[in-house]
Design a binder for this molecule. Structure first.
Ligand SMILES: Cc1cc2nc3c(=O)[nH]c(=O)nc-3n(C[C@H](O)[C@H](O)[C@H](O)COP(=O)(O)OP(=O)(O)OC[C@H]3O[C@@H](n4cnc5c(N)ncnc54)[C@H](O)[C@@H]3O)c2cc1C
Length: 226
């Protein structure tokens, strides 16, 4: 399969086919994984009694699957663990696009939608590895620094795996796309770029024991295009 064919076919199903501005859609794992690996917050959608809910949560990509976690008492996790279909979305905002006309204003973004059914990870080793992947996704290097989950904490945490089998990316970049007739208007047009999620200066916990140095995972924390 050529790269071009892979871009068109992999992970693309009727449900994940971008309909509006189709050229912005991508279905190859490389594009999709790059977005997933940069993002921090996913929104998981699911229906309960025919009513939709969309809940923000952390996630990580572990190989060809997404890892989701939370309290065993959470409705979100309990619902997904029952095999209810979910739609998980991750969005990166890259800029605000200002056109001459209000109509052509837009946003530069990279987003991914993954559809499927998540299953609970019951094997203890696999579950611990998934928690490690989640921690490392949020703060690379943190797993080695922090205390591992106790038996009680481990049992109280539900960890789910959602295979990335049906997914799409949609990407908009570049300047505004004004109508030709508007190009002569005396209106400023262009892009207000948004930097990748930028960490601020670390704030130590108020009850931190004195003398503990800030670890490299914190001082060197970066998000952004990898
Ligand atoms: C950035 C971020 C990361 C998070 N990461 C995780 C995670 O990895 N795992 C996890 O389990 N939870 C995470 N949460 C919390 C998550 O959004 C839910 O609040 C949590 O799962 C509790 O769900 P529940 O089953 O108790 O709530 P539900 O019983 O599902 O919620 C009941 C109602 O409470 C309201 N509600 C619930 N959560 C929110 C919310 N976040 N914002 C506004 N209203 C809300 C809604 O109206 C909802 O219908 C995260 C939240 C944020 C904002």
């Amino acid at each position: 399969m050529t790269a071009k064919t892979a871009k068109k076919t992999a992970l693309k199903t009727p449900r994940t086919s971008v309909r509006r501005l189709k050229e912005r859609g991508a279905y190859d794992r490389e594009t999709i994984y790059r977005i997933l690996d940069e993002g921090l917050v996913a929104h998981a959608g699911f229906a309960v009694d025919g009513r939709p809910f969309v809940i923000p949560m952390a996630y990580a990509r572990q190989g060809d699957r997404l890892i989701l976690h939370g309290s065993v008492a959470s409705r979100l996790l309990a619902t997904l663990a029952q095999g209810v279909e979910t739609c998980v979305t991750v969005t990166l905002l890259d800029g605000l696009v200002l056109a001459r006309s209000v109509f052509h204003h837009s946003m530069n973004y990279r987003s991914v939608v993954v559809l499927g059914v998540a299953t609970p990870i019951r094997d203890p080793e696999e579950k611990m590895a998934a928690l490690e992947a989640l921690t490392e996704h949020l703060v690379p290097g943190r797993w080695a620094e922090a205390r591992r989950p106790s038996k009680k904490e481990f049992a109280a945490t539900e960890v789910l795996a959602l295979p990335i089998d049906e997914a799409s990316a949609k990407v908009r970049s570049g300047p505004p796309g004004d109508a030709k007739a508007d190009l002569g208007l005396p209106v400023w047009a262009g892009v207000i770029p948004f930097a990748p999620t930028a960490p601020g200066a670390p704030v130590p916990a108020p009850d931190l024991k004195p003398g503990i140095p800030v670890p490299g995972s914190v001082t060197g924390y970066r998000r952004g295009r990898r």
